[in-house]
Design a binder for this molecule. Structure first.
Ligand SMILES: *Cc1c(COP(=O)(O)O)cnc(C)c1O
Length: 521
């Protein structure tokens, strides 16, 4: 593979396998597009500003000595740049986005409309609380729904993602142990856990120990019992777990943890599989984050924004981070400081109140579905995953028998002898117009392919997706290995050098470094 001088993989080469190549790098009606910084025009400006009234002498030593280095594009140039870039990527508005452990579902436009209402979008976190009573009421109503759906008495809204929620939950757990003078050292995490679980526990200062998994993809309860002890602060268990399976011994798991004086932290990122069907409080959960951006829609491609509220048991509630909404004779207010009634709070997780826009979208999703609709969300998400599992299961091998929850997990045993790997198969899906599924996760399954259709996919789209995968599977079995090794053939860019990208991520564009780096590669 050749590299451009800024280190990006090149477009398909003229001798490539797609047959026809345009002269310009364009494809059909899609134009090739350079990075915005690679365009000339640094000395241009797209806007007509009046002469500055301040003279350079007014700025003293702050006066700029070098060009600012921003691309000077006119409005149509800037607009076309971003529209062209958007056409190079996949989007949930184009087709199914089957990433497992990620929940990429359709985001109703109603949510966006609500989030843009000026009363929510244009307020400032430092505004007097008497002027934002509606926003506080929205937070309070969202908290009420989350508490009702989980059966838990308290919720901390401010965590800004699932991983941030885990941090919140473990800090509350640590505070609760410390309040008793019981400084426990270990946290137990199953081998199939999302990587954020052990990372969070380690970040909070705990030693992380793995709990083994049974042959049917669940927590090994005997191993858990053996590893529990007086120095275990918490267990972190995902339910449904990252193999897409419900932990059927969950009540016993909670009982064992509590008997050892440990708390049960549940990773509830995948609450969409059980919302309206199971209340985590009834399972013995002490703390659980809910990814609003997965269960209750919200666009979260490209790294955010998210929101990961944490529901807490009565015992942990008083250690929750500020702020939280209080009801008083003057209306609603926020407990902002860890004093008075909030004296046991472990403090703040973020500067203000969390992701207001996400709160609005999540509540809009909840209220437009209603309680019965949310129950159907879980039912349809599970039905869709099982439909995919049943349609593909005749050809692709599944490591665990029986029905799944919200995601269907396959391994790569069925590719044995074809010369095609999970990665090759995923890349070939791009040529068929589909975003690949989650690959090589969970780590406990060889060559894992994890598919989560979500409740928002209609049967026709699931059939299109399954038909494409079955056709590809047939090609792999028929020995068409070259089709897979060179895929994607039709994407704007070919395969990345994944190792180089992981080991030496280039996170910033630097004009002066680019040629030297490219030469070194
Ligand atoms: C998505 C996910 C997380 C992390 O959530 P972020 O919002 O990406 O931080 C944690 N655990 C599980 C099981 C998940 O699916």
């Amino acid at each position: 593979m050749s590299m451009l001088n800024v280190g990006r993989p090149s477009r398909p080469e003229a001798s490539g396998d797609a047959g026809f190549h345009s002269l310009t790098g364009g494809r059909g009606l899609l134009q090739d597009e350079a990075l915005i910084f690679e365009r000339d025009g640094w000395d241009k400006t797209g806007v007509d500003l009046p002469e500055a009234e301040l003279g350079a002498e007014d700025l003293g030593e702050l006066v700029r000595t070098a060009p600012i280095g921003l691309p000077g594009l006119s409005e149509p140039e800037a607009l076309r740049h971003y529209v062209r870039l958007s056409q190079k990527n996949h989007a949930i508005d184009l087709a199914i986005y089957p990433l497992g452990s990620c929940t990429m579902k359709h985001n109703p436009r109603l949510n966006e409309k609500m989030a843009r209402l000026p009363g929510f979008a244009d307020i400032h976190p430092l505004q007097p609380q008497s002027t934002v009573q509606g926003a506080l009421e929205l937070m309070d109503t969202l908290a009420h729904w989350l508490k009702t759906l989980t059966g838990m008495p308290a919720v901390a809204l401010s965590p800004k993602a699932g991983a941030h929620g885990e941090l919140c939950g473990l800090l509350a757990i640590r505070a609760a142990h410390e309040a008793r003078g019981d400084a426990r050292k270990r946290v137990l995490v199953p081998t199939s856990a999302h990587g954020t679980n052990p990372a969070t526990a380690a970040f909070v200062g705990y030693a992380v120990e793995e709990i083994a998994q049974t042959a049917d993809g669940r927590v090994d309860v005997a191993d858990l019992a053996a590893k529990l002890g007086p120095d275990v602060a918490a267990i972190m268990v995902t339910n449904p777990n990252t193999c897409g399976l419900f932990e059927r011994d969950i009540v016993e798991i909670a009982r064992l943890a509590h008997a050892a004086g440990a708390y049960f932290y549940c990773d509830g990122a995948n609450f969409n599989a059980i919302v309206g069907k199971v209340r985590p409080a009834d399972l013995g959960v002490d703390a659980m984050h809910i990814n609003l951006h997965k269960t209750f829609s919200t666009p979260h491609g490209g790294g955010g924004p998210g929101a990961g509220p944490v529901v807490l048991s009565a015992e942990l509630a008083r250690f929750a981070p500020t702020p939280w909404v209080l009801h008083g004779p003057q209306g609603l207010s926020l407990a902002e400081h860890a004093t008075g009634e909030a004296g046991a709070s472990f403090g703040r997780l973020c500067a203000f109140h969390g992701q207001m826009g996400m709160y609005v979208r999540a509540l809009s999703y909840m209220m437009s579905h209603g309680a019965d609709g949310l129950r159907q969300v879980a039912e349809d998400a599970v039905l869709n995953a099982n439909y995919v599992k049943a349609r593909l299961g005749g050809v692709m091998s599944a490591p665990f028998d029986g029905p799944c929850m919200h995601e269907a997990l396959f391994d790569d045993e069925w590719l044995d002898g074809t010369g095609v790997t999970t990665l090759d198969f995923a890349k070939a899906m791009i040529d068929e117009g589909f975003h690949p599924m989650t690959m090589y996760f969970p780590l406990v399954v060889h060559g894992a392919m994890l598919i989560e259709p979500t409740e928002t996919e209609p049967k026709a789209e699931l059939d299109r997706f399954c038909d494409a995968l079955l056709a590809l599977a047939a090609a792999a079995k028929a020995g068409e290995v070259d089709r897979f090794k060179a895929a994607p053939h039709l994407a704007p860019l070919r395969r990345l050098d994944e190792t180089l990208a992981a080991r030496k991520p280039r996170l910033r564009w630097r004009p002066q470094e680019a040629p030297a780096l490219a030469a070194a590669e």
